[in-house]
Design a protein around this ligand. Structure first.
Ligand code: IVH
Length: 700
């Protein structure tokens, strides 16, 4: 979507130079993607690079015969591993970046638990290892399965490869629980990384960008003999399913792991408050370069496991732990261009295209520019020399411009007012309440905008949505361009239409018989899909995975959601209030849901899709709980826990927590001082109980 010099206007030398530069850039992205599962660019950006690269080769056939690193990395081996479902999901961590945020974290934990500032509260502090997480399942002390994290719910079976990691015992020592899933980080030391890269260079193989890429690439080898030749290490720091807990504290668990013969990190410390924690952070920061392996911060965890259980999770991260990241690393480079990407909802996002530069061990060639105002505020111009910064897994950003190095006559950047994909006007909506313009400029093209259509399709097929294997961004763009797939339903009629057509998909470049057959099989396999994934896949504004789960849990089936959402068009309708009252949802989201279903085109797309796909009930959480599926309202003062904890715990047991009493309320838990809600419940015949009775009911 950027406009580089037209290929025809390039001299042979220019073309050669650009070909070499693009080749190196593409190869770096390939490594980040295939070995690391952590691409440094969006697929759209990557594809644009590839397209330009291919176009250069087409126009200058000599280049196609030259060696290029862009042709060296093969297809992602990831497709080939068996999937493993994590019974206990593998979660991620929230981040904090400074001392004040560490203090906030401790304060938040205390507040949630209703603990006074002087009550003792211990935390562990340990290095955050920069590797890849892995779950090892031991049954009766024997290693039976190893899996990568994947999307947190489903990972890849890497048992054969993990068995080659010398440090990981095949058999545990002592009396380990009958079922023990140990979780931790697989990593490579600096020394081993350097030696591996030397060997790779000697043998003419590709080099790894950093130890983490090398560890990931080594573990995710289809041939475990290759993994066996790569020196990998492991630190155990967490767990999944455990039949019989050997300890009741975080540090006790890690000590038990060590007793069973698992490697644990020697730098873990027990802390009694933010001051201790920050001291560990500073000490580890000082020793970082001498540890011999990469760490990117310190992880703090509440030590008492009973408190961890009470704290639970928000979305995908525990409330009881947080990662304190080391400060960002910076580098200087030149801003080559500003590319405008058009997202699924029409948002125009500026992306900085940089002269590739290494920042903290990773090659960066793109950085986020956030939005129009940000570019104006920092007065960022094409051609500028800029300072880029990268912190951990956060997308790189431009910190500032070095004005002294600005080329003469570089014009101020003018943000486009038309969509680069469809030419429709791109506007900044005015917020009705505040009268202020939205920070985001959006394409008004809606259905005519091909970029939005393609992004919606990509979202529909993405890993946490329908997850159709073999239907990646590139294939979707291809099918869209060919006019074969325009809306999600078309994916499911692809095979039938292909049978009837004279031009077969298998004959197109990059497909072939086997991959086409596999693709059709993968599509067939998704004709039924869990309701929450289905809702998420629709790409409704503001409905991410968490809200999709909330809606799925609340409504149970798609028809119920649809009926209510249709009836919710009017802001003051009962249906709107119902959505609004789903725990965690609220006004803005309820409005977005209603808007989506009020759009006739969306309804049409849905009708066609539902002819092809059946949403199935979401995997129930805690169906054996006495309150699963019940709608609960809390009112008045609670004495044994904070309101926030009560709500989180009820949700964990499968209950829905609402803010107000309605016909759908099953239970009202009323503490002292309960007022109008109690009266309303009595009137509606809702079951009312005290906090004690509620705790007895849920077995707490
Ligand atoms: S605890 C539920 N401890 O960081 C909490 N994670 O950003 C589970 N990581 O996916 C994570 N060192 O791969 C934990 N000492 C440590 C860690 C650690 C590295 C990784 C882990 C996780 C990621 C989250």
């Amino acid at each position: 979507m950027r406009t580089p010099a037209s290929i025809e206007s390039l001299s042979a030398d220019d073309a050669r130079a650009e070909h070499a530069r693009l080749g190196a850039e593409i190869a770096a992205h390939d490594i980040a993607y295939h070995q690391n599962d952590a691409p440094t660019v969006s697929d759209a950006e990557y594809d644009a690079l590839r397209r330009r690269f291919d176009a250069l080769e087409k126009a200058f056939p000599d280049l196609a015969r030259a060696a290029s690193p862009a042709r060296q990395v093969g297809a992602a081996p990831a497709q080939k591993f068996a999937k493993v479902r994590h019974v206990v999901p593998m979660l991620s961590l929230g981040n904090v970046f400074d001392e004040a945020e560490v203090e906030d974290f401790v304060e938040r934990v205390r507040r949630f638990l209703g603990m006074p500032a002087d009550a003792p509260l211990a935390f562990t502090a340990e290095p955050k290892i920069d590797g890849l997480s892995c779950s090892l399942r031991y049954e009766h002390g024997e290693l039976v399965q190893a899996a990568t994290r994947g999307d947190g719910f489903e990972g890849e079976d890497v048992t054969a490869n993990v068995r080659t990691v010398g440090e990981i015992p095949h058999k545990l020592r002592g009396h380990a629980p009958a079922v023990l899933e140990v979780r931790g980080e697989i990593y490579m030391t600096h020394a081993d990384f350097a030696a591996l890269n030397e060997r790779q260079a000697r043998e003419g193989d590709k080099l790894f960008a950093n130890p983490r890429n090398a560890a990931a690439g080594s573990l995710r080898q289809l041939d475990s003999a290759i993994t066996a030749g790569r020196p990998l290490h492991f630190f155990a720091y967490a767990w999944g399913e455990v039949s019989n807990m050997p300890a009741d504290t975080q540090h006790g668990m890690v000590e038990a792991f060590a007793k069973y013969g698992l490697p644990t990190n020697p730098r873990m410390k027990l802390c009694h408050g933010a001051r201790d924690m920050i001291a560990v952070f500073n000490a580890l920061g000082d020793d970082r370069a001498r540890l011999g392996y990469d760490i990117d911060g310190v992880v703090y965890k509440v030590d008492d496991l009973a408190l961890q259980a009470r704290l639970g999770f928000v979305s995908r991260a525990p409330r009881w732990a947080v990662a304190h990241k080391f400060p960002a690393e910076q580098a200087t480079t030149v801003l080559r261009d500003i590319e405008i990407q058009v997202g699924r909802t029409g948002a125009l996002t500026p992306v900085a295209k940089l002269e590739p530069v290494t920042v903290g061990g990773v090659v960066v060639s793109n950085a986020t520019l956030h939005n129009e105002d940000e570019i104006a505020r920092k007065d960022i111009r094409v051609g500028d020399t800029v300072v880029v910064q990268r912190a951990g897994d956060v997308i790189p950003q431009i910190v500032r411009v070095i004005e002294e190095r600005r080329p003469a006559h570089a014009p101020k950047y003018a943000f486009p007012h038309v969509c680069p994909a469809c030419g429709s006007a791109a506007i900044r909506e005015i917020d009705e309440k505040t009268g202020e313009a939205d920070v985001v400029r959006r394409c008004t093209g809606g259905l005519v905008c091909p970029a939005q259509a393609v992004e919606r399709l990509k979202h529909f097929c993405s890993r946490n949505a329908l997850d159709i294997e073999g239907l990646g961004d590139k294939q979707i763009e291809f099918f869209y361009e060919k006019g074969l797939v325009k809306t999600p339903a078309d994916i499911f009629t692809l095979e039938a239409r292909d049978k009837a057509s004279l031009t077969k998909i298998e004959n197109y470049d990059g497909f072939g018989k086997v991959s086409t057959r596999n693709l059709f099989a993968a599509i067939e396999a998704r004709r039924s899909v869990e309701l929450n994934r289905f809702i998420f896949a629709l790409g409704i504004r503001r409905i991410g995975e968490t809200n999709a789960r909330r809606l799925a849990r609340h409504f149970g089936d798609f028809a119920a959601l649809r009926a209510t959402a249709r009836a919710a068009a009017a802001p003051d309708s009962e249906a709107r209030a119902e959505i609004n009252n789903i725990g965690g949802v609220g006004d803005v989201v309820a409005e977005a849901v209603a808007d989506f279903f009020a759009e006739p085109h969306n309804e049409e797309v849905l009708d066609r899709l539902l002819e092809q796909v059946t949403p199935t009930p979401m995997e129930a959480i805690a169906t054996d709980s006495p309150v699963a599926g019940k709608t609960v309202v809390f009112t008045g003062a609670l004495e044994r826990m904070t309101r926030e904890e009560a709500k989180a715990r009820a949700e964990r047991l499968g209950a829905k927590v609402a803010g107000s009493v309605s016909k759908k309320t099953d239970i009202l838990v009323a503490g002292p001082g309960a007022g109008s809600k109690l009266a309303k419940a009595a009137e509606a015949g809702v079951r009312v109980m005290t906090e004690e009775e509620w705790l007895a009911l849920i077995g707490a």
